[in-house]
Design a protein around this ligand. Sequence first.
Ligand code: CA
Length: 232
Amino acid sequence: MRVLVVEDEQHLAEGLRFNLEAEGFEVTVRDNGEDALAAFTGASAPFDLLILDVMLPGIDGFEVIRRLRDERHYLPTLILTARGRPDDVVKGIAAGADDYLAKPFDLGVLIARIKSLLRRRQWSAEKAALPPNQTVINGRRIDFNTLEIEVDGERQPLTVMEANLLRYLLEREGQPVSRAEILDKVWQVQSDTDTRAIDNFIVRLRKYLETDPTHPECLLTVRGVGYRLNRV
Ligand code: CA
């Protein structure tokens, strides 16, 4: 795995190089945005992952990620933002970043985030190769033809309603979906029905989908609204 680190603080850049190399990554370091962009010219996919500081001399990290996405470089990108600047996070995600860490950060956390980003990419590659009517959520393969979910190599059946709800949430991936909407559109029941029924249903789905159902990462509760699905 080849990682490009773009960081102008030399001690931090060298610390990142040392720790990433210890994890088996092949590391390239650039200390400004222009040189970072130049490292992409001529090769279609020279790196597998980008760690990008936002505050750089010359063009900033936002501009680097924006230009890379314009040039169709979709490599997973984690930006390093200044603490207490939530606007930077929003700007970074809007520019095309996949994840962020606020400085100063723990190197162990950074390594864990990187591995998670790389896993996510692997899953979406698998997803692209899947036959129609199959999808992957959090590494679990779901077959909407046979109504099965594969968890740790074991196939478990899904009910039609479970499958229908998953499909509905997948079509609205990343958006909050209200309980009333689920009742109306998925279950086709009147919305004055007790919506708590859905909560029990979600508890069951979390057992299939989540690594730790008590700390959901895919099927999230949106307080006061309903639920939101992320593939992770
Ligand atoms: Ca900097």
